[in-house]
Design a protein around this ligand. Structure first.
Ligand code: MOS
Length: 738
């Protein structure tokens, strides 16, 4: 009966594996037209000429839009801008070019082939200016963004804040710089939009992590009321942050559809995914940590520099976790931005914590070596009883249990810490450890639950399922709350006509949406019970609500065995659906508790001593994330995070050409991600936990924590195997051949 938490198969699994689930790019509408973008080929300067006459004469071409003829938008196209979610876009409002691959024209044609051919025939002339493409050269001009989301960009406590701290004899100090490269998200499904106008009403079939955000951004950008915009997105083929914002192609498709008076489909190509839809920024992180001989931390400094565009600030919060992860009397963190003539970076899976744990957890491994301490024992000496920054109690922090369970599963106690001491079949073997962490986020969400006369429950919420399992956990929570079988409950999402839910980002959908689903289902249950109680023919007529049970969709008295389908009472009362709606919000939980997830990651590497080739035969991860709402989909989230972490450690890197400002490996042949053959055994699990402060279901989000810590665990294992400390990702073989 306990559906919540059970290993229920994805309710949308069959639709997906049979190819029936419609993605945005699959949408077919009558009189559909196709659009293709033309992107800039300079990184800075002005457009001097757009010659589209040839393209316009080509077969099937309906319109070529550029800054010469694009509709003028309110506030120069900036009306919808609320960085970082509402972006500074390229909407053809002027002739300025700020980065290579900025959209500069759009061709609409009858067929995709015709649009592609015509887009290739559009001639654009430029007056180029000098572009800043050198991070190191621009670094002296780094500036503070002031804030990272709601948090201050800088923090200081202890002696960094001018306070008196106890005198400690420093036994070891690590002061190193760690680097992570630009990375691109590359979900399997590229960005795609179909825009359709019916009168003054716009429908967007958009691949998005945030249907209501897309609606609001597009409405403001175009200067129309949000009620006139509907965003539909029942399935998303992965997002990882790049679909958290509506980028330029979305309003451009809407403008084009209005002009040609027909629906327009605009699907980005894989190489355009490396152009104007966000990336994880490059980071350089200067970390200083000191400790006494016992391993007690004395001070930590973490200064993160990351790049942004010249048109918008986006900050990778890489030093944020350093404020809270360990007991340490003196901590100082800074974030600084370096402006380059490139696209604006954006959130990418575990933004900040992913890059930040690489630097911090690598530095702590270096510290443990200098102190000759076992790295987990050293961390245990600094386990904070409460949030060391806010002083608030943890909502729950079972990191000790993760250390213990993970170390046992991995066999960590057999590790000889001496570098190059372990070999197997001619390969150097290394074992590395790192801690994982990510904040527990939650926002207000609403849901509606209805029982249809056919006996099916429909639960609707304006959230998104990125492939994570949102449909499934919605159905599980609704079915259990209502006392209905799972196959009588249908979850619906991905339509902005449903009640609002937050962005499916920041790992917050599970904790935001399921409480609303639970509340709506509970409200529906109450209505149904009352309906039955007032129904003369019902077995529960005139009973007290507390005596009534609703199980397997059937109603009866607790004390008797007779049950009747609740739909029968519905039929007798006139056969109309019963509807209940509810909103759930996080309240003031963040005021009285510090809400974070944690994990312990153990990695084994096996390295060819002659070639420097690194393999990762196994990873063990144990996580403190509250309760899992679905054991299968939950573990899959963690597993996928670890896989990506291995890719981050060893392969992923977008290479910026310092002359052109273009990503030169803008395809999946040269931008390397792990394949099945690259992945060994991954053993992920959660430690038993229930977080009563995040939400009534006790579950924190798990979309992002799985990637954190993995790159450091691998890098620490590489050091153990080789004695070579790689501080700049990815750990490619050239860095191990010295
Ligand atoms: Mo996630 S990077 O917040 O979509």
């Amino acid at each position: 009966m306990a559906l919540i938490g059970a290993a229920v198969e994805r309710v949308d699994g069959r639709l997906k594996v049979t190819g029936v689930a419609p993605y945005s790019g699959d949408v077919a509408l009558p009189r559909l037209t196709h659009a293709v973008l033309v992107l800039s080929t300079i990184a800075n300067g002005r457009i001097t000429r757009i010659d589209s006459a040839g393209a316009e004469r080509m077969p099937g071409v309906l319109w070529v839009m550029s800054h010469l003829n694009a509709p003028r938008l309110p506030d120069g196209g900036r009306a919808g801008v609320h960085p970082p979610a509402g972006r500074v876009l390229g909407l053809f409002q002027d002739d300025a070019v700020h980065y290579d691959r900025q959209p500069v024209a759009l061709v609409v044609a009858e067929t995709l082939d015709q649009a592609e051919a015509a887009a290739a025939a559009v001639r654009v002339g430029y007056s180029p200016a000098t572009a800043q493409l050198d991070f190191t050269a621009a670094k002296p001009d780094a500036y503070s963004p002031g804030k990272i989301n709601d948090a201050p960009a800088d923090s200081a406590r202890g002696r960094f804040a001018g306070e008196q701290t106890a005198a400690v004899t420093i036994a070891a100090r690590v002061a190193e710089t760690y680097g992570t490269p630009i990375e691109h998200h590359n979900p399997m499904e590229p960005h795609a939009t179909v825009a359709q106008w019916q009168g003054d009403e716009l429908t967007l079939y958009d691949a998005t992590q945030f249907i209501s955000g897309c609606r609001n951004t597009v409405a403001k950008t175009l200067g129309i009321p949000p009620e006139k915009v509907r965003v539909v997105c029942p399935y998303v083929g992965g997002g990882f942050g790049c679909k958290g914002s509506a980028w330029s192609h979305v309003p451009l498709a809407a403008l084009a559809a209005r002009q040609v008076g027909r629906p327009v489909k605009l699907v980005l190509t894989r190489d355009q995914m490396f152009g104007f839809v966000g990336c994880r920024p490059l980071t350089e992180q200067e970390v200083v940590v000191t400790a006494d001989a016992s391993g007690q931390f004395d001070s930590m400094q973490h200064h993160s520099f990351s790049h942004t565009s010249v048109i918008e600030d986006f900050t990778e919060g890489a030093a944020v976790q350093t404020r809270i992860l360990y007991s340490c009397p003196s901590v100082e963190t800074q974030h600084r931005l370096v402006k380059l003539n490139v696209e604006t970076p954006t959130f990418q899976r575990a933004p900040g914590h992913c890059t930040g744990t690489f630097a911090l957890e690598s530095a702590l491994d270096e510290l443990a070596y200098r102190l000759r301490l076992e790295p987990i024992a050293m961390r245990l000496r600094n386990e904070p009883p409460a949030d060391p920054q806010s002083k608030l109690p943890w909502s729950s922090r079972s990191l000790r249990a993760c250390y213990v369970s993970g170390a046992k599963a991995f066999g960590w106690s057999a590790r000889n810490p001496e570098p190059r001491s372990m070999r197997c079949a001619g390969q150097l073997v290394g074992w590395g450890y790192a801690t994982a962490t990510y904040p527990a986020n939650r926002s207000a969400a609403s849901a509606v639950a209805r029982l249809n006369p056919d006996g099916f429950v429909v639960i609707q919420c304006g959230t998104q399922d990125l492939g994570t399992g949102t449909y499934t956990i919605m159905a599980q929570v609704a079915a259990q709350t209502l006392g209905f079988p799972l196959d009588r409950v249908r979850a619906e999402l991905g339509d902005s006509r449903f009640p609002d839910a937050p962005v499916s980002g920041g790992s917050q959908s599970a904790a935001s949406v399921t409480p609303a689903v639970q509340a709506a289902a509970a409200a529906l249950r109450e209505k149904l019970v009352n309906l039955a109680i007032s129904d003369e023919s019902s077995p529960v007529y005139r009973a007290l609500a507390g005596e009534v049970v609703l199980e397997a969709g059937r109603v009866g008295l607790r004390s008797q065995s007779r049950r009747e389908p609740i739909a029968a009472a519905l039929a007798r009362s006139g056969g109309k659906e019963v509807v209940a709606m509810a909103t759930a919000d996080p309240g003031d939980a963040k005021k009285h508790h510090s809400l974070h997830s944690f994990g312990a990651v153990f990695a084994e590497v096996s390295i060819d001593p002659d070639l420097g080739l690194v393999r990762v035969p196994r990873v063990v991860g144990r996580y403190s994330v509250g309760r899992l709402l679905n054991e299968t989909t939950g573990r899959s989230q963690l597993l996928g995070g670890v896989v990506w972490g291995i890719g981050m450690a060893l392969m992923e890197e977008s290479i910026l050409d310092g002359r052109s400002g273009r990503i030169v490996n803008a395809n999946l042949a040269e931008y390397h991600v792990p394949t099945n053959a690259d992945i060994g055994r991954i053993d992920v699990d959660v430690v038993p936990e229930f977080d009563p402060f995040i939400d009534p279901l006790g579950a924190r989000g798990i979309g992002e924590i799985g990637i954190t810590g993995v790159a450091a665990a691998v890098a620490n294992a590489v050091y153990h195997a080789t004695g070579i400390r790689v501080r700049r990702l990815p750990i490619t073989l050239d860095k191990l051949l010295s």
